[in-house]
Design a protein around this ligand. Structure first.
Ligand code: ATP
Ligand code: MN
Ligand code: MN
Length: 368
């Protein structure tokens, strides 16, 4: 049995991109509680505590031991007084009163419910809450609520999409997308990214990067792929965002969550027969389920930056960018790495880690 000791704590690095974090979280009882606090501050759009609690949760996820006493927790990076109080409460009473209060809060419950719909963000959810709306049926019955196309499809496919996907279902989606791309663009390449590349067993969608070696061709790939999915009767919803790369100045001074590449957010029909193990997840009598799929098509010379940026986790990405800025005075985003005005080229993710002077982390070690 591993015990917390000063020797171990001194080895915990302050940035997630310096820690190897697998999906085997040994401190889930604490990180689940912290994630409620993160979500609460995310939903109410309060930045400071959200950042602090996500960093603390990420440190606890990376520990190779389970916290069993307060001894040594003060030496952990990013774990402040409030987090230590929470750990202590959970150790002592098995639960946190602050977390229980949030879980019982009507506003939290309602915002969480509303944002679980595809296309509904914290702003829309809050607007509906302030109108007095508390349930899906009230939203759908309100003549003054205007749903956009994304939200309409979010409600239409709610049951399927809110269930998430298994790794087996993600593999089945990968086969469908792979076949489709080979049909319309035999020279293009599709690679899995996002949570399933990190080895997660469950995810809310499946993410892919599509590239071609022919310069400029990447911009026509996604419409071709969507066209073919449509012909096969598999396209339930699509939102396509053409590339805005040509319009933007790189490096951009401000980090933006959205990147400039051609991308599409899809809802696809996944046939049960395609899922290894029979597709028990598919509703009886229907033979298919709806799944969320994201595709991004960067120019080939930006592939490594896109892959690093889209593999996640979100906390790993945030810390990677912060590390580049604070520790190296460099600028990293999904498009490029800059040292002052100098663009540092990269063919693989390993090149980017090397430019940053960081040890390479495998995708399955990035579950920060
Ligand atoms: P899950 O899908 O299971 O919730 P995930 O880690 O795959 O987990 P996603 O929301 O699919 O989460 O995002 C995967 C990665 O892609 C994240 O690191 C995120 O920063 C990046 N990403 C997602 N959407 C965009 C976007 N529109 N622009 C830029 N980057 C994005
Ligand atoms: Mn994903
Ligand atoms: Mn995604």
């Amino acid at each position: 049995l591993m015990r917390t000791g000063p020797a171990q704590q001194s080895t915990v690095c302050p940035y997630a991109c310096q820690r190897r974090t697998t999906t085997a979280n040994k401190n889930k009882r604490f990180t689940d509680a912290l994630e409620v606090l993160v979500e609460y501050h995310e939903l109410t759009e309060i930045e400071g505590p959200r950042v602090a609690y996500s960093r603390a949760a990420s440190v606890l996820k990376s520990l190779p031991w389970t916290i069993e006493s307060m001894g040594g927790t003060e030496a952990l990076p990013c774990v402040g007084e409030k987090t230590r109080t929470l750990i202590q409460e959970i150790l002592q009473y098995g639960r946190s009163f602050e977390v229980e209060k949030i879980l019982a809060d009507e506003r939290y419950q309602t915002l969480k419910l509303f944002t679980s719909v595809f296309g509904v963000g914290p702003k829309t959810a809050d607007k509906w809450y302030r109108r007095g709306l508390r349930s899906f049926s009230q939203i759908l019955a309100d003549p003054d609520v205007q749903l956009n196309r994304m939200q309409q499809n979010g409600f239409l496919h709610y049951t399927d999409l809110s269930r998430g996907l298994s790794a087996a279902e993600a593999r089945a989606v990968e086969a469908v997308v792979g076949e489709t791309v080979r049909t319309v663009a035999p020279n293009a390449r599709v690679v899995l990214t996002g949570g399933f590349r990190r080895g997660k067993e469950f995810g809310h969608d499946v993410d892919f990067i599509v590239t071609t070696a022919e310069p400029g061709r990447e911009n026509s790939l996604l419409p071709l792929i969507m066209g073919r999915l449509e012909e096969q009767g598999l396209l339930l919803f699509q939102a396509h965002h053409p590339s805005t790369l040509a319009l933007k100045k790189i490096p951009c001074r401000r980090f933006e969550a959205m990147d400039y590449y051609s991308k599409c957010f899809l809802i696809l029909k996944l046939e049960g027969s395609r899922v290894q193990g029979g597709g028990q997840a598919v509703p009886a009598g229907r033979g298919w389920r709806a799944v969320r799929v994201d595709l991004v098509a960067p120019p080939i010379e930006r592939f490594a930056f896109t892959q690093l940026g889209w593999t996640g986790s979100k906390q790993f990405e945030r810390d990677l960018r912060r590390f580049a800025r604070v520790e190296r005075n460099m600028l990293l985003d999904n498009h490029a790495l800059f040292d002052k005005a100098k663009f540092l080229a990269a063919v693989t993710e390993k090149d980017i880690f090397a430019h940053l002077g960081l040890e390479y982390m495998e995708p399955w070690q990035r579950n920060a």
